[in-house]
Design a protein around this ligand. Structure first.
Ligand code: NBG
Length: 835
């Protein structure tokens, strides 16, 4: 039997029926795990289940590869140092459309499906929003059937595991590969060499041409590990290709024979450090050699891999930019601009001008930050020691670029200094954002305000040079993981009410709008939120040992801990409420549970102190009978994708309280809103657009605007001018040692910092925030009003699907048409093979 176009063809091995699945599961338990029920662990069962799913992925992967090869399709290469994927199993089942029947099949085999799901160690190969955005993007690329490759690093240790000990953050190594990873396939045949260090020399080749040879100090091998990325209910499976670093020779026999065993393995050990661990800094650079080596390693391996693909498809390198559109996810992969030039000019002997034309037509750059400390700059000497040839290339790019600037802006010397790829003020640095801007044909920010601030502030000079390069692409998140998978109750209700087309076309949620006025629907909406809260409360009880009341308002702030995100503003307000209750036991306060979660960079002392303060306040407040269960504070350890999936569905209030002008976009804010939480937030990042979509009346706005923040600072901000009696009480309570067993010094760094500097204007916004929180409480007491607002938040969140974002990138930047895939059967493949 031949498959019909676009109709799933049921192979014996990969059929989607329940019975076929059970058979596959048992087969894999025996023949892959080598176990039978009496000996099998839960992990064996998980692996067997994962392999059964993987067979179905591979069928789609092969079909996809066949379609792309046949069509020679234009391909998006998404270069990112981080992919914060989260667990694959559940997501793949959702995208295959077999979640429910697999759950049943597993239950019929007498096993607990949720226990098996929990076995998966999440691949935490990212710090926060930037890495998670990359993960949402590749989900949407596959769903939209756009040929694409995600390129990154297969860190052996991802983001650290956070534990809270005595209120402090402790970091533990993330050993995610400990029990094996069934989702990846090793491709040793496509390994490539990457050079580092050494020096360059000139020579004449056999045609008497003057050329440059790079004599490296060391060489590592990049080995690709491929993970199939499924589209939602289509036949597309794109590839996430992550590079592991290995030694060219893992064991040096000549050294060994001299009796030096340690020396013989040293090269291997050194090589493998390159992909050993993810740098745990979010929004902050650390000028470490290893970090630059990591960046160059994955970028070089990826560009070489793309050139291999061109060879296989018999495409000339002159058409590199026609075959590939490369998106640079922040400046981490910006060295790609110089590396592509090196490959084209040095190795493939293209003329500089032609190579430059190809390069500029290949790359586009997304900026993700407005914080100066996050703009990557490399000390020149360090850069030279790692990438001597690239430094020369960058000088040449710079010289030609500055010539252009000289002509455009006649006599404007200071502009040259500002635009140069090399920062010459004091110690010299290579400015990676400048390299990315010069070598890309488009530059974008990740929310409207952010893109405007880039144009008029951070990248102003580049905007004046090339206004046409700039655009905005507001972030989005995938509704598959962040709604369908993590909020099954809501998904069912939506299914009953409006069908499930929204999963692929989130704008359809607008159909819910009229139901906000339907009392019966509101009742069901509340029941679902309540059930999610009960489930979450049980989780908190298990993890933290704290009993929280599902009737209370669940007020949540989960994200990396950073001063600009202002978790301290939130906890100061909690202390203020506590103080009100203690001062007046009859104070009429809406019962609330404040939930915090997030990791601090291990060397970011103030962020760690904020975690300690939250936990210290929690200890006191949660034990104090005087607040009579009206306040609870929870710090949820180890916030990651898995825990995010638990918390968003249960949240009622989403805290998005960054200093205006600092949060480029935010994406957690979108996950909350689409799951029916209301936002309390500043006019910052995508909050502005969320408010615009859901309506100002369904959003709690407070605080200074970005413009007011700038003016306040320009006038010479003095935090003490904003001191109120209540804020005074709050600070005194902390400094009195009340939350620190009498230690009056513990939190000084934090309180003194606020009193005398307060760089993120916590004091300036405190009153407005407290006032706004009163409005929140008032709204919450009007149950119908709150439910209506909640429904409208979900109904109007269509814009925040990453499918919309990817469509915009596709139309304005990549111009890569979709290529639908027909599912091949084993039979099809075998027939081709025999011919
Ligand atoms: C982060 C921003 C967020 C934004 C994500 C994704 C970095 C450097 N930037 O606001 O802080 O949502 O990127 O764009 O991690």
């Amino acid at each position: 039997m031949k498959p019909v176009e676009n109709e799933p063809y049921e192979d014996e091995r990969t059929a989607l029926t329940k019975e076929a699945f059970k058979r596959a599961f048992l087969d894999n338990l025996f023949y892959v795990q080598g176990k039978f029920p009496a000996l099998a662990t839960q992990n064996d069962y998980y692996q067997a289940l994962a392999c059964a799913v993987r067979d179905r992925l591979l069928q789609r992967w092969i079909s996809t590869a066949a379609a792309y090869t046949k069509q020679g399709s234009r391909t998006v290469a998404y270069f990112s140092a981080e992919f914060l994927m989260g667990p694959h199993l559940g997501n793949n089942l959702i995208n295959l459309g077999i979640y429910a029947q697999v759950r049943e099949a597993i239950a019929e085999l007498g096993l607990d499906f949720d226990t098996l799901l929990r076995q998966e160690e999440e691949p935490g190969l990212g710090n926060g929003g930037l890495g998670r955005l990359a993960a949402c993007f590749i989900d949407s690329l596959a769903t939209l059937e756009i040929p694409s490759l995600g390129y990154g690093i297969r860190y052996e240790f991802g983001i650290f595991h956070q534990e809270i000990v005595d209120g402090w953050q402790m970091e533990r190594t993330d050993k995610w590969l400990r029990f094996g990873n069934p989702w990846e396939i090793l491709r040793p045949e496509w390994a490539v060499e990457v050079r580092l260090g050494g020096h360059t020399e000139q020579y004449r080749d056999e045609h008497e041409r003057l050329r440059i040879r790079w004599v490296p100090g060391k060489v590592v091998v990049g080995v690709p590990y491929d993970t199939p990325i499924l589209g939602y209910r289509n036949n597309t499976a794109n590839t996430l290709r992550l590079w592991k670093a290995e030694a060219p020779e893992s064991f040096d026999f000549s050294t060994f024979n001299r009796g030096d065993y340690g020396g013989a393995v040293r090269q291997k050990v050194w090589s493998e450090t390159l992909s050993k661990v993810l740098y745990p800094n979010d929004e902050q650079i650390q000028g470490k050699t290893l970090r630059l080596e990591q960046q160059y390693f994955f970028v070089s391996a990826s560009l070489q891999d793309m050139m291999r693909i061109m060879r296989v498809q018999k495409l000339p390198l002159e058409r590199f930019h026609e075959k590939f559109a490369v998106q640079l996810n922040d400046t981490h992969p910006a060295i790609a601009v110089a590396e592509l030039m090196r490959l084209l000019v040095d190795e493939h002997v293209l003329p500089w001008e032609q190579a430059w034309d190809i390069t500029c037509k290949t790359f586009s750059y997304t900026n993700h930050t407005l914080l100066p400390e996050a703009l990557e700059c490399w000390p020149l000497e360090l850069f030279k020691s790692v990438l001597p040839r690239h430094l020369d290339i960058i000088y040449e790019i710079n010289a030609r670029f500055l010539d252009e600037v000289r002509i455009r802006f006649y006599g404007d010397e200071s502009r040259l200094v500002r635009l140069s790829l090399i920062d010459e003020n004091g110690e010299r640095y290579v400015r990676m954002a400048h390299l990315a801007c010069v070598g890309s044909h488009t530059i974008n920010g990740v929310a409207e305000l952010h893109s405007e601030l880039l144009k008029h502030d951070v990248l102003k000079d580049f905007y004046e040079m090339w206004p046409h390069k700039f655009s905005n692409k507001t972030n989005g998140v995938t509704p598959r993981r962040w709604m369908a998978l993590s909020n099954p109750r809501l998904t069912n209700l939506l299914g009953d009410a409006i069908g499930d087309a929204w999963i692929k076309n989130l704008d359809e949620l607008i159909e819910l709008e009229p139901l906000a006025d339907d009392a019966a629907f509101r009742q069901r909406w509340r029941e679902i939120k309540h059930a999610n809260k009960v489930e979450f409360a049980a989780f908190v009880k298990e993890r933290n040992g704290i009993a929280i009341d599902p009737q209370s308002l669940f007020d949540v702030q989960v994200k990396r801990i950073h001063e600009y995100k202002r978790q301290h503003l939130n906890i100061l307000h909690v202390i203020a409420l506590y103080h009100r209750l203690r001062s007046d036991p009859n104070a009429d306060i809406q019962p609330r549970t404040f939930i915090f979660g997030g990791k601090a960079a291990p060397a970011y002392h103030l962020a760690k102190l904020i975690i300690k303060l939250i936990n210290s306040v929690a200890d006191v407040v949660n034990r104090d009978p005087a607040v009579n269960d009206r306040l609870k504070v929870v710090f949820l350890p180890n916030f990651n994708v898995t825990n995010g999936q638990r918390v968003y569905p249960a949240a009622e209030l989403s805290e998005q309280i960054s200093t205006a002008g600092k949060e480029a976009s935010g994406t957690g804010n979108m996950k909350f809103s689409m799951n029916g939480a209301l936002t309390i937030g500043t006019m910052d990042g995508a909050n502005i657009e969320i408010r615009q979509e859901v309506g100002a009346e369904n959003f709690f706005l407070f605080g200074l605007t970005a413009e007011q923040v700038a003016q306040t600072k320009a006038r010479g901000y003095r935090p003490l001018d904003h001191m109120t009696p209540e804020l005074q009480e709050v600070i005194s309570l902390i400094n009195s040692g009340f939350f620190s067993r009498g230690d009056t010094e513990l939190f000084r760094a934090l309180t003194d910092g606020l009193l005398w500097h307060d760089p993120y204007l916590v004091f300036a916004d405190f009153e407005s925030y407290s006032e706004c929180q009163l409005q929140v409480s008032k709204a919450y007491r009007d149950v119908d009003r709150w439910t209506r607002m909640s429904i409208l938040n979900t109904a109007r969140s269509g814009k925040f699907s990453s499918d919309r974002t990817i469509r915009e990138y596709g139309a304005d930047i990549w111009r890569a048409p979709s290529v639908p895939v027909r599912l091949l059967s084993q039979q099809d493949v075998k027939v081709g093979f025999m011919q």
